[in-house]
Design a protein around this ligand. Structure first.
Ligand code: ACM
Length: 533
C-alpha cells in the first residue's frame, strides 16, 4: 500500500474537532464513507484510539472469517493483531454475529465507544459490510488513529448492486479480476456480471469443446481505433481465456467478499468466436473468423438441434462452476438475417407454429430457460428477450433505456436497471477532448449519482421487481487495466451510493467532498481514476 499522510484524512479533522462545539455536525458531515450509511449518530463526545497491537474479538465461525479478513487487511498496513475470545479494556474490534432487529440480510451496526469498536450483524454479509465501512475510516500510513465515538446503522436500499466487465473485447488477467472484485467489495457492490463470450473472443474453458478456447479465444488482430471503413487492423493477435480452475478461484475469491458472480454466455448473437471454432453451429457453412471489428455481426447460432445440444453441454459445465442462482444468456443484438435465409430456422418456425424470427428467438430463449431451470438456475437476459415474448421466469436487464425494464416489471418479472443513458461506463465521463478514446456517449459522475433506479411509471406493486442497478463496462476501446480503472473510477463510487443509500441520505455536495478522501483510498490501492470531477 502506498503511504498517504494521515494529516490529509478527513477523519483527522473529525478527531481534532472534538473539542469544538460543532463536533456533531462535523462528525456527521465529514465521515467520508462511500456509500453513505443509512444513519450515523454521535451519541456522546469522545474518541477512541485504534492502533497496531489491537485485539480482534471473534468466536463463531462467521466472526472468525471476518477476523481473518481484517487481519490480512491490517498486515498490509503493518499492524500486528491478536484474535481472542474476550475483549481487553481498550484498542479492540469486537465482531458479533447476532440479531440486530433488521429484516435486511445485509444490515449491520458499527459502534465506536471510547474503549473499542463493536461490529454486529445477523450474518457474514452484514459483518463484512461493517468491516468495509470501518476500513474506509482507518489510516493508510500505519499510525494510530482517533475515531469519533459514534454509531452507524446501515443496510442497503437494493439487493442487487452490480458491476459488469467485458473480458471478451479485451482479455484481463485473473489478478486484475481479483482487484476489480476487491474494489467492488470496498464499495459494497455484490454482483459481478462477467461477460465471457463474444464475437471477438471466447474466454472460458469448456472441456467438452476445446476448440472454443484453442480457436475462439484468439483473434488475429484488432481494428485500429474506429477505422471501420476502410478497415485498418493492428496486425497484433489478441487472446486469452480462464481455465476452469481459474474460474473456480475467482468465484471463491468473490464469495469471500460477498460477491455473487454471474457468467454471461451470449446467445444467439455475439457468437462469432464460437462459430469460428465450430462452424456447424451457424446457418451458413462458414468458415468464420474470430471478430476483429466491433459492432453487431449477422452470423449468429442457427436454431438447430445441434446448436441446442452444444449450448446445453456448454451450460452444463458453466452451471457447475458458478454456485449463484443466475446465468446470463445475453440475447441482445441478434440480427435475424441468417434465420430468414435458413431452411433450418424456417423449419423450426413452421414446426413450432411461430409467427416470425422474433418469436423464434423467444422460442430459443425459452428452451434455454427450461434447461437452466432443470439445473436449478435462473435466466437473465438483455431486454431484447422481451421481443417475441418473455421466457416465463426470466429476469430482464434493461439496457436500451428503462422501457424494457418497465415492461418486464409490469409483466411481473424481476428487472435489473442498467440503462445506457447513465450506466454505461464505456461512455465518456468528460471531454471528449483530452479524454482517451471511448465508444461515445457522455455520462458524468453526477449523472450516475443522480440516477433513480425505480421509474416513476411503475406502480408500488411492480416497483418491487426492480432488484437494483448495474454499470456495464464494455472494453472495445479499453485495451489496458489502467484504462478500465480510469473509466470505472470514480463512477463506481457514485453508483454505489445510488444502489446502497436511501434517497434521503444522498447528497451530491457531500459526495463530492467525500471524494477528496476516497481518492486517497484509491491511490493507496493503486487504482487509476478520472480526477477532474
Ligand atoms: C448491450 O449493450 N448490447 C447489452
Amino acid at each position: 500500500m502506498k503511504k498517504v499522510l494521515l494529516f490529509f484524512s478527513v477523519l483527522a479533522i473529525v478527531a481534532s474537532s472534538c473539542q469544538s462545539n460543532s463536533y456533531e455536525d462535523l462528525a456527521l458531515s465529514q465521515i467520508a464513507i462511500v456509500p453513505q450509511p443509512q444513519s450515523i449518530e454521535t451519541t456522546e463526545n469522545g474518541t477512541m484510539v485504534i492502533s497496531s497491537g489491537l485485539t480482534i474479538v471473534a468466536v463463531k465461525e462467521e466472526e472468525l472469517k471476518i477476523a481473518n479478513y481484517l487481519k490480512d487487511y491490517f498486515a498490509e498496513i503493518n499492524w500486528t493483531v491478536k484474535v481472542k475470545e474476550d475483549a481487553p479494556s481498550s484498542n479492540f474490534i469486537s465482531i458479533q454475529q447476532k440479531s440486530i432487529g433488521s429484516d435486511n440480510i445485509e444490515a449491520y451496526v458499527l459502534s465506536i465507544s471510547q474503549k473499542g469498536i463493536q461490529i454486529e450483524a445477523a450474518n457474514g454479509k452484514g459483518l463484512f459490510y461493517a468491516v468495509q465501512s470501518l476500513i474506509q475510516m482507518l489510516p493508510l500510513d500505519g499510525e494510530a488513529v482517533k475515531l469519533p465515538v459514534m454509531k452507524i446503522k446501515d443496510e442497503p436500499r437494493f439487493a442487487y448492486r452490480g458491476m459488469h466487465l467485458d473480458v471478451a473485447r479485451h482479455f484481463f488477467p485473473v489478478e486484475f479480476v481479483k482487484k476489480y472484485l476487491d474494489m467492488m467489495a470496498f464499495y459494497k457492490m455484490n454482483n459481478f456480471h462477467w461477460h465471457l463470450t463474444e464475437d471477438q473472443g471466447w474466454r472460458i474453458e469448456i472441456k467438452k469443446y476445446p476448440k472454443l478456447t484453442e480457436v475462439g479465444s484468439v483473434r488475429k488482430e484488432t481494428m485500429v481505433e474506429k477505422n471501420f471503413n476502410p478497415y485498418v487492423g493492428d496486425g497484433i493477435p489478441h487472446g486469452g481465456f480462464y481455465t476452469q480452475e481459474e474460474v473456480k478461484e475467482i468465484v471463491a475469491y468473490a464469495m469471500e467478499r460477498q460477491i455473487n458472480v454471474i457468467p454471461e454466455i451470449e446467445m444467439p448473437g455475439h457468437s462469432l468466436a464460437a462459430l469460428a471454432a465450430y462452424p456447424e453451429l451457424g446457418c451458413t457453412p462458414g468458415p468464420f473468423e474470430v471478430g476483429t471489428i466491433w459492432g453487431v455481426n449477422k452470423n449468429i447460432y442457427c436454431p438447430s438441434e445441434e446448436t441446442f445440444t452444444f449450448l446445453e453441454n456448454v451450460l452444463s459445465e458453466v452451471v457447475e462452476l458458478f454456485p449463484g442462482q443466475y446465468i446470463h444468456i445475453g440475447g441482445d443484438e441478434a440480427p435475424k438475417d441468417r434465420w430468414k435465409e435458413s431452411a433450418v430456422a424456417q423449419a423450426v418456425i413452421k414446426r413450432e407454429g411461430l409467427k416470425d424470427e422474433f418469436e423464434l428467438q423467444s422460442y430459443f430463449i425459452r428452451r434455454i430457460e427450461k434447461f437452466l431451470i432443470s439445473k436449478g438456475k435462473k435466466l437473465i437476459g438483455w431486454d431484447e428477450i422481451l421481443e417475441g415474448g418473455l421466457a416465463p421466469e426470466a429476469t430482464v436487464m434493461s439496457w436500451r433505456g428503462e422501457a424494457g425494464g418497465i415492461e418486464a416489471a409490469e409483466q411481473g418479472h424481476d428487472v435489473i436497471m442498467t440503462p445506457n443513458s447513465v450506466a454505461y461506463f464505456d461512455h465518456y465521463q468528460a471531454g471528449p477532448e483530452g479524454e482517451p478514446l471511448a465508444i461515445g456517449g457522455f455520462t458524468t459522475l453526477q449523472d450516475v449519482y443522480d440516477y433513480e433506479p425505480i421509474p416513476e411509471e411503475l406502480s408500488k406493486e411492480n416497483q418491487k421487481h426492480v432488484l437494483g442497478a448495474q454499470a456495464n463496462v464494455w472494453t472495445e476501446y479499453m485495451k489496458t487495466t489502467d484504462y478500465v480503472e480510469y473509466m470505472v473510477f470514480p463512477r463506481m463510487l457514485a453508483l454505489s451510493e445510488t444502489v446502497w443509500s436511501q434517497p434521503e441520505v444522498k447528497d451530491w455536495a457531500r459526495f463530492q467532498e467525500k471524494l477528496n478522501w476516497q481518492m486517497q483510498l484509491l491511490d493507496a490501492r493503486n487504482v487509476n481514476y478520472h480526477k477532474s470531477n
